[in-house]
Design a protein around this ligand. Structure first.
Ligand SMILES: [Mg+2]
Length: 301
């Protein structure tokens, strides 16, 4: 066995919960990757939990559940965490005095904040909250800038400058509009939630009572997904078109082309216990030998 490959599988043995980025990891836009469902089945068979994570605050939790259901993936509300959830939990724990908010975002974003108990106002707020606003309205942008300039605390749902798309447009995301507001007001947000802020992972760790070495972050971006794992002190696997170009370190234990390659590092343990362990072609029928020559590229190599 390739020694680096053995180190990778050894590090995956303790994993009890996998956190998966959505776009670029589970699917691309509206197209589900063929490796996703088999990988999720592997996790379920091994009694390893999973949660999906996204920075997109323009659509609601229900929209995501419906989208995944349409793709053949049924999840509970607890199995998806968006940057909107992160805004809600962060304000609830760190700024419980903030109740009345001016929201720069979509109707879905506004509704989720309202359902969480915040009072939405166009008048004087306790704070300004900005999300990925695909329904951007100039009057709303100007009013957000006004309250920020007046010194109201302000928070944004995530730092992404653009949202990935195959369409012939650039989807201007929350981070880019944050820059616009920062430039015109001279004030940075008091806090940027979403990936890579550790607030995205902490509630998952707490809810499932996990140790740091029992949670694995899987995603396709260095500056959000991998950095989140680094900030939260968990391990990560990177999905990359050229995994051999990704250098492994204490956080990124492995880079693979897709979830199918990650699945090859994983099989049920013997004696009734299940989990990540060394892959063996002998007792995993139907799967291709992955090592030594076919080891998922980039795995500590
Ligand atoms: Mg992604």
């Amino acid at each position: 066995m390739n020694p680096a490959y053995a180190i990778t599988t050894e590090k995956l043995k303790s994993i009890r919960h996998v956190v998966l980025d959505l776009d670029g990891t589970v699917y691309s836009g509206s197209k589900l990757f063929s490796t996703t469902i088999p990988f999720l089945r592997q996790l379920a068979a091994a009694d390893i939990g999973y949660t999906f994570l996204t920075n997109n605050s323009s659509v609601s939790t229900a929209d995501y559940i419906a989208k995944l259901h349409k793709m053949g993936i049924d999840i509970t509300e607890e199995q998806i965490r968006t940057s909107t959830h992160s805004v809600i939990s962060y304000l609830g724990t760190q700024h419980p005095g903030i109740r009345k908010i001016f929201v720069f975002g979509t109707d879905s974003f506004r509704n989720e904040l309202e359902n969480a108990g915040f009072v939405i106002t166009f008048g004087e707020p306790d704070a300004v909250i900005a999300g990925f606003n695909t329904e951007l309205e100039y009057r709303q942008l100007c009013k957000a800038a006004y309250w920020i300039r007046r010194g109201k605390p302000w928070f944004t749902s995530h730092p992404d400058l653009e949202c990935p798309t195959d369409a012939p447009v650039v989807l201007v995301d929350c981070g880019a509009v944050t820059e616009c507001l920062r430039t015109v007001t001279g004030r940075r947000p008091d806090k940027v939630l979403g990936k890579p802020s550790r607030e995205m992972l902490e509630p998952i760790i707490e809810r499932h009572g996990l140790r740091r070495d029992e949670i694995l972050m899987v995603g396709d971006r260095l500056n959000t997904d991998m950095q989140l794992a680094r900030n939260a002190g968990t391990a990560a696997v990177m999905i990359a078109a050229a995994p051999e170009d990704i250098a492994g370190d204490d956080t990124i234990i492995c880079a693979v082309r897709d979830l199918g390659e990650l699945g090859k590092l994983f099989r049920p343990r013997n004696q009734g216990n299940y989990g990540f362990t060394e892959y063996s072609s002998e007792n995993t029928p139907g799967q291709k030998t992955a090592e030594p020559d076919g080891s998922p590229a980039g795995c500590e190599m």
